[in-house]
Design a protein around this ligand. Sequence first.
Ligand code: G6P
Length: 362
Amino acid sequence: DASDIEKGTYPHYMLKEIDEQPLVIRTILSKYQNEFGELSIDEKIRSSVIGADRIYMIACGTSYHAGLVGKQLIEKYSQIPVEVHVASEFLYNLPLLSKNPLFIFISQSGETADCRGVLVEMKKLGHRTLTITNVPSSTLSREADFTLYTYAGPEIAVASTKAYTAQMAVFALLACDIGKLKGLDNDFNPLKELSLAANAMEVIVNQKEKIENLVWEFLGMTRNAFYIGRGLDYFVCLEGALKLKEISYIQAEGFAGGELKHGTIALIEDRTPVIALVTQQHVSASIRSNAKEVIARGANVLTISMEGINNESDQFTVPEVHEHLTPLVSVVPLQLLAYYATLHRGYDVDKPRNLAKSVTVE
Ligand code: G6P
């Protein structure tokens, strides 16, 4: 049938979508460049972002995780304070809003009801709204003042992969574009660095077998798994854990390395899998020492590091990319881990139980 044709030779949409990520990043780069090869974003969007004294990002699930990274990029390169909120909680715990806020809704589908609930209320208050979405004709796109597209192409698998990396790429471009307009002196060329990140992603998707083999050793029989990281790696841990739990049903949590000792370390038993992400040079010593702490308590640690700060004993190493773009790259082995762990257990990768691709009820 039609869906089989779209899947091509792939056994599952998720694998196809993981593989598409380098192409998606390259597509985004071409869509946000003018004929002179310069970064180009709609003028109205530019002025709405520059005019904001604070940005409130609203999202759910994987898109929320992209927002956590997006905040870091925007604060660093555009110098605008950003808050990231889970959509379903925002109206209950309404923060004290700034004088001139901009609301950014991050949603692959553009249909998530929890986001729409916030959008409707914020529009009533007269606030400006921007949707970052993968679906041009979606509700959130139609109802917000402005839309930025993520150009990832249709995402069919319930577990989001390429939409997440696309969202972060768009944030990197937006952050630098605004920074440039504000005359900030950023020594970061997002066009160049994102294209290097796309190449790095390609290297990783060509090493699937390596990841598949790690699944046997680390996630074979387990009922739980922990992901630890610091800085940007922590946010990717949250996403890696979400990927694993939503499709393989292994109970998984992402933790900030420093928080382990405040509770989670009590859960470490003999052979408990702990996936440690090490892509941030400034915290690599501390996260490696966290890994040692859990190893001392019996954990089976799988270290995923980045070239340049890797150790020989690390089980997987991703190519070196700019320190602020590592999430785009380090998430790929985590997506593949979740994929193969699910295959290994014989579950439906593309259609996990109890979950929907887009949740249109609050
Ligand atoms: C559902 C999906 C998740 C997704 C979340 C937000 O729960 O299963 O994969 O991250 O909705 O979706 P959105 O379309 O708003 O990004």
